[in-house]
Design a protein around this ligand. Structure first.
Ligand SMILES: Nc1ncnc2c1ncn2[C@@H]1O[C@H](COP(=O)(O)OP(=O)(O)OP(=O)(O)O)[C@@H](O)[C@H]1O
Length: 278
């Protein structure tokens, strides 16, 4: 693949859900390219179509119009070169940490012995050595999400798609998970598309933040994050970080014609039309 070619290319994508009541236009128009190794966040208020766009990139939803390609080939079905992580860790409750991490290998019918060592390495990387034989019920929410990250990485996909993976966690655990994810990606270089409605989380983690919003929903800003890597918590105390967050927040507010309600995303489910930002 020539170096300039994006790994993920979303071109003129629209999505309308045809429901029994009336059609719902989830995404009016979206075009975005993601280069190999980039970390791109999709940021925006609740209901602006972030998850829909992510599911289309995953091949789990079909666009009504437009096209999506990975490695230059059209996405028409779910693919092996993608790992997905959802808000809920969705681990199998009867399987141990190690068995959950290895589950995709079982499903993909890959040689289990070859991946056992990698599973242990991933588990160590996320700080879960000693918990290999624990069941999900014996783990905290943050630990379960760490297992889900290992499971998404086990078959070494090129792309990680993450849909609000930390939004159900408490604020301290969420901050820790942001740092842990940054460290994991320093080791296992991946291309990541990350859905969030936390401005701070998007700014901290991303190379680029793509803001979705407006009615009907489109991409309203695509902004490079100017912070060097590796990133540590301290960057959040800088004036530059505050300015970037302010610009992102003002963009979201402008698209909605009024200051959106400020609601803690980890706890609240907003009324339709209100933006959830931190
Ligand atoms: N399967 C579906 N069928 C019908 N409508 C849907 C479906 N999935 C999403 N929608 C609608 O599409 C719009 C966009 O939803 P989507 O979940 O993509 O937004 P979002 O930005 O990810 O929201 P949130 O941050 O709350 O998860 C919403 O109006 C939602 O109700």
């Amino acid at each position: 693949m020539p170096p300039q070619e994006p790994l993920v290319s979303v071109s003129g994508v629209q999505k309308t859900y045809f429901t029994r009541q009336s059609p719902i236009q989830a995404v009016a128009s979206a075009s975005v390219d993601v280069a190999r190794g980039e970390f791109v966040s999709l940021l925006g208020p609740s209901g602006c179509g972030k998850s829909t766009l992510l599911m289309m990139i995953a091949g789990l939803e079909k666009p009504t119009a437009g096209s999506i390609s990975l490695h230059g080939s059209a996405v028409v079905n779910p693919r092996r070169d993608i790992g997905i992580i959802f808000q809920d860790a969705t681990l199998l409750p009867w399987k141990s940490t190690l068995e959950n991490v290895l589950f995709p290998i079982q499903i993909l019918k890959l040689p289990m012995e070859k991946y056992r060592e990698r599973a242990r390495e991933l588990i160590a990387m996320v700080g879960l050595t000693g918990f290999e034989h624990k069941k999900p019920a014996e783990l905290s929410g943050g630990m379960r999400q760490r297992v889900a990250i290992c499971r998404a990485l086990i078959h070494d996909p090129d792309i990680l798609l993450m849909d609000e993976p930390f939004s159900a966690l408490d604020a301290i655990t969420r901050d820790q998970m942001n740092v842990a994810l940054s460290e994991i990606l320093e080791t296992y270089k991946k291309t990541v598309i990350f859905v969030t409605h936390s401005i701070r989380e998007a700014a901290f983690l991303s190379d680029r933040v793509v803001v979705m919003g407006g009615r009907p929903s489109t991409i309203i800003l695509d902004m490079k994050m100017p912070f060097p890597r590796p990133r540590r918590f301290e960057i959040e105390e800088t004036q530059e970080f505050a300015q970037v967050c302010r610009q992102l927040r003002l963009t979201i507010e402008a698209a909605h014609g009024h200051p959106p309600a400020l609601v803690k995303s980890s706890t609240a489910s907003p009324a339709s039309g209100s933006a959830v930002i931190e």
